[in-house]
Design a protein around this ligand. Structure first.
Ligand code: C5P
Length: 227
């Protein structure tokens, strides 16, 4: 079945405090958005892309899109709304595969993308790139004092891409929205349907650019990956 890529890129990136959405900051001469799309295209040149953008976005340039088949759609209030908009406009069949990838993760590697794709192809509940938690995990009280230390055994960070059958993903997100669930990734919506997406161990350098200091990290990661 055809492969669809959904890239939500309608966030404001306020934690970056940069005066423009973070996907339009430059990393080594190209915008983060251009770099992310280029990584996806290297792994999946035939895929169809749906890009979620703020309707009033003045920074986007179509020449940053390397895909032959692509369309844009309006972002929504939350990330989940943006992804739902994308699923609504794309002419997908129920059994088509959809990978959703944050625009803010330009360091994802072809090897990780292919490993995820393999997992999604065989696992009916879908799959996501993820990494086991390395740090000790604390739960805070209201005053930022430690209330408890959480056992990190079995805890993973959820990364992207996350991939699912089109019909499963659409139903899961739609029902999560109808039920007013706060979901911050696709997998949690699918989990709320009683499904168990597969955690695919991904590289630690697939970071989500969020805070100003992440730009230096991403620059170093991209340089190291080239050598
Ligand atoms: O802000 P955060 O990094 O968690 O956003 C994750 C991804 O979701 C980013 O790629 C961002 O552009 C996107 N997003 C969106 N629509 C929103 C909020 C976030 O497409 N309303």
């Amino acid at each position: 079945p055809p492969l669809w890529l959904v890239v939500p890129a309608a966030g404001q990136g306020r934690r970056m405090g940069a005066g423009r959405p973070k996907q339009y900051l430059e990393l080594g001469g190209a915008t983060i958005l251009a770099r992310t799309l280029s990584r996806l295209h290297q792994a999946f040149p035939q895929a169809r892309l749906v890009l979620c953008l703020d309707p009033d976005d003045p920074w986007f340039r179509p020449q940053w899109v390397p895909f032959a088949h692509w369309q844009r759609t309006d972002g929504g209030r939350e990330r989940m709304d943006s992804v739902l908009n994308a699923l609504q406009v794309m002419a997908a069949e129920p059994d088509d595969m959809v990978l959703v990838h944050d625009v803010a993760r330009p360091c994802v590697t072809t090897a990780d993308l292919q490993a995820l794709w393999q997992a999604v192809s065989v696992h009916p509940d879908g799959a996501l790139l993820a990494m086991p938690v390395a740090d000790t995990m604390k739960r805070a009280d209201a005053r930022s004092c430690v209330a408890t230390t959480e056992p990190r055994e079995g805890l993973w960070h959820a990364l992207t891409p996350q991939g699912f059958r089109f019909e499963l993903l659409q139903q899961a997100l739609f029902q999560a929205k109808t039920r007013g669930l706060q979901v911050t990734d696709e997998a949690s919506a699918v989990e709320s349907q009683g499904r168990r997406p597969l955690l695919v161990p991904g590289r630690r350098d697939n970071l989500k650019i969020t805070h100003p200091e992440d730009l230096a990290l991403a620059t170093a990661i991209l340089a190291a990956q080239k050598s």
